[in-house]
Design a protein around this ligand. Structure first.
Ligand code: IPD
Length: 269
């Protein structure tokens, strides 16, 4: 029997339900104390018990609600490859903030259909702010429709970015930043890529760029940003991905893109 694929709105409803429960678990575990359970790519790339518990909970919930769908998560990788619907989970984006008690971390959950992200939710674990989008239905935060900034002057742009965990990558990213910052209003480094994209979606920053994002950092926040009117892409017409993500209002994309291209922002390790 061929299983029908639900509409993006239906997938979003499921995503919201699951992400709310997941964020509640993350919040509860944070209030009980948190420590590093393991490190991943480098000694600063940490995993807490909550990252694992939350991803496991999301897996279990999705398995119950949508058995047969594929799942890709930051901590446990891929399961059920080949299904039409794939869920992409970042159980806690902003893990270092979470570890230090900085109230800026999020559960990020997106649904892809045939490789295209069609629904996504990003929920701040501490504040409960929740950003959602289903393809074609706009971007929303807590019932309010979102529109990105209309800034087009790079010199006036407040730009968020982030850094990877590999010291050599960070060095390259730092060099790019040193050359960019004299040409913009200022930089923000909040520490959670999914939230950076959501903040750009509502104009709390004008734009965002970063090299090295994984699918789970980008999926839900990228759709929220796109649905809020941002152009989300890479260098030279490439799609946004690990090489570079640029999210900027339509009039700001080209000036930011060109500056980042000159600075070889997608280069380095
Ligand atoms: C990280 C955060 C950070 C970004 C890194 C990500 P994690 O995700 O989103 O802001 O700069 O590139 O890896 O490790 O907290 O899930």
């Amino acid at each position: 029997m061929v299983r029908s694929v639900p509409e993006p709105r239906e997938l979003l409803k499921i995503a919201i339900e699951v992400a709310r429960e997941a964020a509640a678990t993350a919040y509860r575990m944070r209030s009980q104390g948190v420590s590093v359970a393991a490190t991943k790519s480098t000694v600063t790339d940490v995993v807490t018990a909550a990252d694992r518990a939350v991803e496991r909970q999301v897996h279990d919930a999705l398995h119950r609600l949508r058995p047969g769908d594929a799942v890709l998560g930051e901590e446990y990788g891929e399961a059920g490859a080949g299904a039409a619907v794939r869920w992409i989970i970042d159980p806690i984006d902003g893990t270092v903030n979470y570890l230090y008690g900085v109230p800026h971390s999020a559960v990020s959950l997106a649904a892809e259909v045939d490789g295209v992200v069609v629904a996504g939710v990003v929920r701040n674990v501490v504040t409960g702010e929740e950003w959602t989008a289903a393809v074609g239905d706009g971007a929303w935060r807590d019932g309010q429709r979102l529109r990105c900034s209309t800034e087009s002057d790079l010199g006036q742009a407040l730009v968020a970015t982030g850094f990877g965990y590999d010291p050599r990558r960070r060095q390259h990213q730092g060099r790019v930043l040193v050359e960019l910052i004299p040409h913009i209003r200022d930089i923000r480094r909040f520490g959670a890529a999914a939230l950076d994209l959501c903040l750009a979606a509502e104009g709390r920053v004008d734009a965002y760029y970063e090299k090295g994002l994984a699918a789970w950092d980008l999926a839900a926040g990228g759709l929220v940003a796109t649905e809020a009117g941002l152009r989300v892409g890479g260098l030279g017409g490439a799609t946004a991905g690990p090489d570079l993500v640029i999210a900027a209002p339509p009039g700001l994309f080209a000036p930011l893109h060109d500056r980042l291209a000159d600075l070889d922002a997608a280069g380095g390790p």
